[in-house]
Write a protein that binds this ligand. Structure first.
Ligand SMILES: [Zn+2]
Length: 328
């Protein structure tokens, strides 16, 4: 996951794509075992857990070089991250000292090469040289040596985007064709927001990596995983609504309301004919719940699996469907 060179684009693939595909296939087969009968009738949509999202909101950062070299550049990186990903979410990057042998979190090395990360999100947890930044630009992207602060900050924002689990926007299956040609690095497995030309994660952004400024959709995507600022442990708290479209034609859409408080989620379902029922389940810190079964009567129930960002449902009489929840 490299940064685009200023005025040029780097292209190469990493083998991590295979790991992500493998994980996706395992997830899919696990689901197939649970709901094989119903799945045959399901629309062709899948909700996949983005496994590289950090569960903690406090991510340690350290510098591989123990010396006090590049003090100014290090501060620019810290400032850039603070003014973007931290400012708009509940994330906090802490430490910023020299790495020890067993240091966890993000471990940053500095080299005069194309800045990059060795994976996405938690794949970097404790990984030596997991992120590489460039502070001189004497060899790579030399035009940056005359506008050092701008380049260091712009690239830091992009690479920290990878470090919190975001893939390149141009890699998305729904990116425009001319943009997909620049596809690079690991693919994501979950589309959170619509395709975003203005993303700091998009090589096709007319401004180089968005000039290091998060777009409104970058912020929306960020907050769906890491909450709004200063809402630690409450990122999913509140009321959510979703509506279900069943795969069986003729079945009407139901509405479901979820109330989340801490790790408890209460689901309320209302049918068009006015019947209501509630059910409880637990929510993990990624907003994922399993088997929230809402029963209206002995022969009418739906089971919600998935998360607040979307999920599958199975109904005893109407097959299965897909929910997308919206926070109220
Ligand atoms: Zn990148």
């Amino acid at each position: 996951m490299v940064s685009a060179e200023k005025g040029e684009v780097m292209k190469f693939l990493t083998p991590r794509l295979h790991n992500i595909l493998l994980g996706f296939i395992l997830l899919l087969s696990a689901f197939l075992t649970i709901a094989k009968e119903n799945l045959d009738k399901c629309p062709d949509q899948i909700y996949a857990l983005k496994s590289s999202i950090w569960k903690t909101l406090e991510i340690p950062v350290c510098w591989e070089d123990q010396s006090q070299k590049f003090v100014k550049q290090r501060q620019w990186v810290q400032d850039a991250v603070k003014g973007t990903w931290e400012k708009n979410s509940s994330l906090h990057f802490v430490g910023w000292n020299g790495c020890q042998a067993g240091s966890k979190g993000l471990r940053i090395d500095v080299q005069d090469v194309g800045p990059h990360t060795e994976g996405l999100g938690t794949e970097l947890d404790g990984l030596k040289n997991g992120m590489v930044l460039n502070f001189t630009f004497l060899k790579w992207s030399q035009s940056c040596s005359s506008e050092l602060e701008y380049c260091v900050k712009d690239i830091a924002v992009h690479e920290f985007g990878h470090a919190i689990g975001f893939s390149h926007e141009q890699n998305r299956p729904d990116a425009p064709k001319r943009c997909k040609m620049d596809s690079q690095g690991s693919d994501g497995d979950l589309l959170v927001t619509p395709y975003d030309l203005k993303s700091v994660m998009n090589y096709c952004n007319p401004k180089w990596q968005g000039d290091g400024t998060l777009s409104p959709l970058d912020i929306k995507g960020l907050q769906s995983f890491y909450g709004k600022p200063d809402s630690t442990n409450t990122r999913f708290d509140g009321n959510w609504v979703g509506s279900l479209t069943y795969s069986d034609p003729g079945c009407v859409s139901d509405s479901v309301k979820l109330t989340v408080s801490g790790d408890a989620v209460i689901g309320t379902m209302t049918t068009p004919d006015g019947r209501t029922a509630t059910a409880k389940s637990n929510l993990d810190n990624l907003g994922i719940f399993s088997n929230l079964t809402i029963k209206l009567s002995n022969d009418d129930s739906i089971t919600l699996k998935g998360g607040l960002l979307g999920g599958r449902t199975i109904s005893t009489d109407c097959g299965c469907g897909f929910y997308k929840f919206k926070k109220l």
